[in-house]
Design a protein around this ligand. Structure first.
Ligand code: CUA
Length: 309
């Protein structure tokens, strides 16, 4: 387990994860304390002042006690103001990115995440950042509302069509496995498959940027498939939002309207660039176009499809 992970919380992997957790656990233990005082007091008094004899009369009714009433008003008010001031400080730290933060663009769409690095390198399903450097995300959606959530960093922000929203973080330690990203706004059929990873690199790895070179091979195609296509297309023959890719290449597909098409390279390019041109029969016209995919990346996807017998 990494630093700070517990039964309640995942690892603390950003500079402000500790602050968020301290505030959370302060409120948590405060609630536990008052729960025990109130629930314990209720049980204790119910037992202590129970009616002992059938003919016992109720004791004198107390109408009020100014000291106790003032205490239970003033003390919680002070605690609430304290929680507000503390939360406000933590919240502002989460909201205001340092001026020297590296700016990344993030696009959410049904059902994948796309990232553009400051130098223009594009990645899908993987956000590559440098350890110990502030990173700012400028985010938008191409369709419905999504939400970008990284539990290890304690950050979450809605991603909205027609407007930019932002987030920032700084991850102190390199992490090759990556930190899980979830979409946390219900956005349709494959919402729960709208996943990504934040991979944190050392300065040397960042220098090389190995992930930016696209190789036209089946392994690259498989990575792209997992990041962009897997939410809607299986490789095991099962039906999801779209047709399965199992043994897709070379087969004849029946289209909406009755025509038939042979699945070859040109059909796949067309389906990625302009998905509405030929919709497979019995499937909804649900696929968004992927104009930003490079030809080389489409080559890689085709090579991967050919391996799915
Ligand atoms: Cu995107 Cu839920």
């Amino acid at each position: 387990m990494e630093t700070g992970s517990s039964f309640w919380m995942p690892a603390q992997a950003s500079t402000f994860a500790g602050d968020v957790d301290d505030l959370y656990f302060f409120i948590y233990w405060l609630c536990v304390f008052f729960f025990l005082v109130i629930a314990g007091g209720t049980v204790l008094f119910a037992w202590k002042y129970r009616r002992r004899r059938p003919d016992q009369l109720a004791s004198a009714q107390i109408t009020h006690n100014t000291l106790i009433e003032a205490a239970w008003t003033i003390i919680p008010t002070i605690i609430c103001i304290g929680i507000f001031a503390w939360s406000f400080k933590v919240y502002m730290g989460l909201q205001v990115a340092p001026a020297d933060a590296a700016e990344y663009k993030v696009v959410g769409k049904q059902w994948a995440w796309e990232f553009t690095e400051p130098d223009g390198c594009q990645t899908y399903g993987e956000l590559h950042v440098q350890a110990d450097k502030p990173v700012k995300l400028l985010m938008r959606s191409e369709d419905v509302i999504h939400s970008f959530y990284v539990p290890d960093f304690r950050i979450k922000q809605d991603v909205i069509p027609g407007r930019y929203t932002g987030l920032w973080f700084q991850a102190p330690k390199a992490n090759a496995q990556g930190h899980q990203v979830f979409c946390t706004e219900y956005c349709g059929t494959s919402h729960s498959d709208m996943l990504a990873k934040v991979i944190v690199h050392t300065a040397e790895e960042m220098e090389k940027k190995a992930w930016c070179e696209t190789k036209a091979d089946a392994a690259t195609g498989e990575k792209l498939y997992k990041a962009l296509c897997a939410a809607c297309h299986t490789t095991d023959g099962n039906r999801l939002v779209g047709p399965s890719f199992k043994a897709l290449f070379g087969r004849d597909e029946k289209l909406t309207g009755g025509a038939t098409v042979k699945v070859d390279e040109n059909y796949i390019v067309e389906s990625i660039r302009n998905p509405m041109a030929k919709v497979v029969d019995t499937y909804p016209p649900a696929m968004p176009p992927f104009p930003q995919l490079k030809d080389k990346e489409i080559d890689a996807i085709i090579m991967y499809l050919k391996t799915l017998k």
